[in-house]
Design a protein around this ligand. Structure first.
Ligand SMILES: [Mg+2]
Length: 248
């Protein structure tokens, strides 16, 4: 792990991803995606008379799903298996074998788990938010999740961020999700800071790609799953396993 300083002379704001950076929900998401895709892949294997190959909650999750908008995660993972489903009707029943039907079902599974288990925070991420705020930085939470606000409320940490850009904002404003830089750029704009004077903190490949494409001043990759080299190769300037190393 490298030591680094987040200096006010270089930066004005820190833009935090939520799942896997501030809250432990990345693992919950991965488990929910596995349930969703394994149910689908089992049915698909039977109907096409192929072997059932389950979803890998580490490699498939990090490569195709993590950090992305829900529908894009569904389409990108299925494409990796050579499966293409119709987009489907937005009012269609959850669980239908369409991109929207599976995305909707994923949300159902996630919400059930959330209500049962609650939200766990990641102490190092939370400590860094507190530290940078105490040092006068502006803070934003930038998440692809439409459940971002609910997760923040359940963890009682909503007030730690000056603004929130999430899956709901994406839909309302017609933004492109990560790996496009739009959500982070919108957050910087809302805070009134320049991207070059803003720091992005991300645990997903799609997230560090977004930070790099937006030309942010510093992209910090948080390695929660042993994917440090993938984070580095996709745009992280520095990769750490514990965000407390920035608290000096
Ligand atoms: Mg994340």
């Amino acid at each position: 792990m490298r030591n680094a300083t987040l200096s006010k002379s270089h930066f004005d704001a820190v833009l935090f991803d939520l799942d896997g950076v501030i809250t432990k929900t990345a693992g919950v998401h991965a488990a929910c995606w596995k349930k969703l895709f394994d149910d689908f892949l089992r049915d698909h294997a039977i109907s096409t008379q192929q072997v059932f190959v389950p979803f890998d909650p580490v490699s498939d999750y990090t490569k195709y799903v993590d950090g992305k908008l829900r529908q894009e995660g569904v389409a990108d993972f299925l494409a990796s298996r050579g499966i293409s489903l119709p987009l489907g009707d937005s009012s269609a029943a959850c669980g239908q074998h369409t991109v929207r039907g599976l995305a909707c079902r994923k949300d159902e599974i996630f919400n059930t788990v959330l209500q049962e288990k609650g939200v766990e925070v990641l102490e190092d991420g939370l400590a860094l938010v507190g530290h940078v705020r105490a040092n006068g930085f502006k803070t934003a939470v930038v998440s692809s999740s439409k459940n971002c606000r609910l997760v923040l409320q359940m963890a009682n940490i909503e007030k730690l961020f000056d603004i929130r850009v999430d899956g709901v904002t994406v839909e309302q404003l017609g933004l492109k999700g990560k790996p496009h830089p739009d959500t982070f750029l919108k957050a910087a704009d809302m805070l009134g800071v320049q991207p070059k004077r803003s720091v992005v903190v991300e645990d997903a490949i799609a997230g560090v790609q977004a930070g790099r494409r937006g030309n942010f001043g510093l992209v910090i990759g948080v390695d929660r799953l042993g994917n440090a080299s993938a984070l580095r190769n996709n745009g992280a300037d520095i990769v750490v396993t514990d965000l407390k190393c920035f608290i000096v």
